[in-house]
Design a binder for this molecule. Structure first.
Ligand code: COA
Length: 533
């Protein structure tokens, strides 16, 4: 592989200005993270701890191996929604190591409205299960939840991907041989009772955990029976009488220790962490000096790739053809990867090259990383006549039928059909992360405003009416404002359109981790549909 020679002057005024700007975006991100890490606030936390329970993040720390990295997912879910009453959507999900095995942790934060589920909580829980299912990761559920957030029942109960889907997934995963372990550390009520009941092994904390389909007040209302929570479905009941749980723990620490023991008995995974690799010649931290202010031109994307891959070395495919898409084979933390990175608008040639490269990665069983910064495909008569739609369709077809896993980082703009061809959310990347400077929407704010005002103008002309310029200016301003707000990565991550925001300088480490998670399975034969020629 050729080592890249950077032409960036890291002492230039532009580099330093970008560095400051991107550092301030990273600081803003860390502040938001710090805030949500306080969960439901001090009062709720004191009440929680007074019961002898550990805070949710301490539970996770205790569970994981001491040197384990925790890849937290969608930390800022529900951020900015519901008056910020649901930090992290009341649930922490992420991937870490237990006895050297990678596991998915799904843990309720009972300090956030009793650990109840709003629609973002469910989306986050289901997404974590999906990632576990796709990547064959055992799931550990730390249950401490009042179930459905009752005022939102219409949004969380009846539909396919609502609360009930959690248990459907558990059954399917268990059948696939993916271990499902529950630790009941607090309330686990109504439908939520199926989490431990559907797990392969369940631990319950003495005089803390309860499992029942209906709590004491509902039992009294339904049948007149008076019973305490402990008598109805406490730890002793379920480990000694009903058999709904398998292990009785004295406290949180003991429960987590039992869970670690269970994981220790599972078969070893065969993903081997590579230790023998070169750091990039150009530090990943330098990315901060490369990323421009939103809307300004990006640097040559080779400069970005050079700061992500081992030894800043890569083997470029078709470097002279379709140059607005850079395709290259490289290694990240010792793992092979095929990179597709935008370097301008997608033309027919770039789409054809992308299609060819996706096929190569599939044939060679090399996972792919999509680095998105795309305003879309080229528009205009000349390009339509040359059939750009069918060339873009080839890339989408190759991607959608790929058997090798792939993941995506939104490093700049993500607009229009470019989002699709470059493995946007609808294309099932195993993971999708955004940088704090990224933007996502169907088109840019100004373009959308222009399209809408042009339509209004055409309508008026067709009806022989006079155009009200003031109305048009108002429409334009409101569309720009709306698109700018909705294009923000915080808007996206709050609604779980991605798996979280990551800062550019952690991208190499996270990409290395993701490659370890996704690349351990065997590839099936790849089969494509019809390519329109
Ligand atoms: N729906 C909506 N809000 C709920 C809720 C639910 N299912 N369960 C709890 N909450 C809210 C409470 O109103 C309270 O809100 P506030 O902070 O704005 O006052 C907050 O969550 C904490 O509840 P609280 O009862 O004070 O906490 P706790 O630690 O003493 O008890 C539970 C937590 C979950 C054990 C208890 O609230 C409970 O039993 N909830 C009902 C569970 C249930 O029957 N669920 C059925 C859903 S299908």
């Amino acid at each position: 592989m050729f080592k890249y020679n950077s032409s960036i002057n890291t002492n230039s005024e532009a580099f330093i200005k970008n560095q400051q700007l991107n550092q301030s975006l990273a600081d803003e991100y860390f502040q938001k993270l710090q805030h949500i890490q306080q969960g439901g606030g001090n009062k709720a936390l004191q009440k929680h701890m007074a019961k002898g329970k550990l805070p949710v993040r301490q539970r996770i720390d205790y569970l994981l191996d001491k040197d384990s990295y925790f890849l937290e997912l969608s930390a800022l879910a529900a951020n900015g929604l519901y008056d910020d009453a649901f930090p992290a959507a009341g649930i922490i999900t992420g991937i870490g190591m237990v006895h050297g095995r990678r596991v998915m942790v799904i843990a309720n934060d009972a300090t956030v409205k009793g650990g109840t589920y709003i629609s973002e909580t469910i989306k986050k829980h289901l997404r974590a299960q999906e990632i576990a299912q796709q990547n064959n990761l055992p799931c550990i559920y730390m249950v401490d939840s009042g179930g459905v957030f009752l005022p939102q029942q219409a949004e969380v109960f009846p539909d396919r991907d609502d609360f009930g889907r959690i248990f459907f997934n558990q059954s399917r995963m268990s059948a696939q041989g993916i271990a499902q372990i529950a630790i009941v550390m607090g309330s686990c009520t109504a439908g939520g009772a199926y989490v431990p009941a559907m797990s392969d092994e369940t631990i319950i904390v003495k005089e803390q955990g309860t499992i029942f389909l209906a709590g004491p007040p509902l039992v009294k209302a339904a049948t007149g029976e008076e019973v305490s929570a402990e008598e109805l479905g406490g730890g002793a009941v379920h480990t000694q009488i009903s058999g709904v749980a398998d292990h009785l723990a004295d406290n949180d620490e003991h429960a987590l220790h039992i869970c670690r023991n269970i994981i220790e008995t599972l078969p070893q995974q065969n993903d081997v962490q590579e230790n023998n690799f070169q750091a990039p010649k150009y530090a990943t931290k330098e990315l901060l000096g490369l990323i421009p202010e939103s809307g300004k031109p990006f640097p040559n994307v080779h400069e970005i790739i050079a700061r992500l891959v081992d030894d800043s070395a890569f083997h470029e495919f078709k470097s002279e053809y379709g140059t607005t898409l850079v395709t290259a084979f490289a290694q990240i933390e010792g793992k092979k990867v095929g990179i597709l990175a935008n370097n301008g608008i997608l033309f027919s040639e770039s789409a054809l090259k992308g299609t060819h490269f996706i096929q190569l990665c599939n044939e060679r069983n090399i996972p792919m990383l999509f680095l998105q910064n795309i305003t879309g495909f080229m528009v205009g008569k000349n390009y339509e006549h040359k059939g750009i739609a069918k060339d873009g369709a080839k890339m989408v077809n190759a991607l959608a039928n790929s058997k090798v896993p792939y993941f995506t980082i939104l490093m700049g703009g993500s607009y229009g059909a470019g989002n699709y061809a470059m493995a946007g959310r609808a294309y099932d990347p195993r993971f999708l992360f955004m940088w704090p400077n990224a933007r996502i929407s169907v088109m840019g704010a100004k373009q959308a405003a222009q399209v809408l005002t042009t339509i209004k103008r055409d309508q008026a002309t067709a009806l022989n009416k006079e155009v009200n310029e003031q109305d048009l200016a108002q429409i334009e301003a409101s569309i720009i404002k709306k698109y700018e707000a909705e294009g923000s990565p915080y808007y996206s991550t709050s609604r779980l359109w991605d798996d979280g925001i990551i800062i550019p300088e952690s991208s190499r480490q996270i990409a290395g981790l993701v490659l370890n998670i996704i690349s351990k399975e065997q590839k099936d034969d790849t089969k494509y549909g019809i390519f329109r020629m």
